[in-house]
Design a protein around this ligand. Structure first.
Ligand SMILES: C[S@@+](CC[C@H](N)C(=O)[O-])C[C@H]1O[C@@H](n2cnc3c(N)ncnc32)[C@H](O)[C@@H]1O
Length: 286
């Protein structure tokens, strides 16, 4: 089957994620030292919505796991985990961290393009497939993505995803006003990647980054839900939230629970625009 990722993106995106991995390792945003000391990297939302299904020996596949903090946090709760990511630097760091915190016996990390997952995972099927925060934007073809999710879920298994809301990707700031307007494409265009030169990163905006380019794709909720249901999954919930796990602009306001909000201009928080969402779906048992 042809690779849906164009050649330039296939070269540029892993290069970008390798560069970001070393920035992220030392960033306050990822707080690797806190993780090593025992803190979970998972958000209370994920623990609340997926945590009750994770027990000793639950098998969990984490697609686009970055350097594995969330993967290893699920392992700490008893899961036997496999993390998959295209960045070799991220996977190398994930393996080092697993060793360092004593979880390598229950955590395996695979360096592969998402679209090559079948070749690496064979017929392995998991109780849970997990995806989170900033993953789908790197994928052009969600029909194939959802097929991979469904094939690697055991019958009766659960897919869970917590993600940045497609609407938020369409926004730009109104200069000097601490306000936003819709600027970018909101509907999918699989054949037209958004190509962005990169400066800094969400985990550290001041970080030095050189000659890096991101190739991303716009997806909307109809496309995401359509891909999952088309692959045979039954959607249990779609929840939308007005806060983001990372700031889109430095004037966003962080609450005590670490979520970032748009200010409402009167000292409060705007609750009328979606910045994140979560989906839980199951693969029918028969
Ligand atoms: C924003 S990160 C996911 C974040 C993760 N939830 C976290 O907070 O650590 C996106 C990840 O997708 C990976 N990625 C991008 N394109 C990919 C592809 N085609 N196949 C596999 N992984 C890919 C990147 O290497 C990166 O680690």
């Amino acid at each position: 089957m042809t690779d849906p990722i164009p050649a330039q993106a296939r070269a540029a995106n892993p290069r970008l994620w390798n560069a970001w991995t070393s920035i992220h390792e030392g960033s306050a945003f990822y707080d690797v030292e806190g993780f090593k000391a025992g803190a979970t990297s998972l958000w209370p939302l994920e623990l609340e919505e997926l945590g009750p299904l994770v027990h000793e020996g639950t098998t969990l596949l984490h697609l686009q796991c970055h350097f594995g903090l969330d993967t290893l946090s699920w392992a700490r709760l008893g899961a036997d985990v496999v993390g998959l990511d295209i960045s070799d630097e991220a996977i190398a760091l994930a393996r080092r961290l697993a060793d360092e915190v004593g979880l390598s016996g229950r955590a395996e990390f695979v360096c592969a393009d998402l679209y090559d997952a079948d070749a690496h995972l064979g017929s392995r099927a998991f109780d849970i497939v997990f995806v989170s925060w900033g993953a789908l934007e790197w994928l052009p073809d969600l029909t194939r993505w959802a097929g991979i999710v469904a094939r690697h879920l055991a019958p009766g298994g659960t897919f869970y995803m917590a993600e940045i809301h497609p609407f938020a990707y369409g926004l730009e700031e109104v200069a000097g006003e601490h306000d936003v307007r819709v600027k970018y494409r909101l509907l999918p265009a699989p054949d037209r990647p958004d190509i962005d030169p990169v400066q800094g990163r969400y985990a550290d905006r001041s970080a030095e980054t050189k000659d890096l380019v991101a190739y991303g794709w716009t997806h909307d909720l109809a496309e995401i839900l359509g891909a999952l249901t088309g692959a045979g999954l039954r959607v249990e919930h779609l929840h939308e939230f007005a806060a983001s796990p990372a700031p889109f602009w430095d004037w966003m306001v962080q609450d005590e629970a670490r979520w970032w909000w748009l200010p409402d201009g009167e000292g409060g928080l705007r609750r009328d625009l979606p910045f994140s969402y979560s989906i839980r779906a199951t693969k029918p048992a028969t």
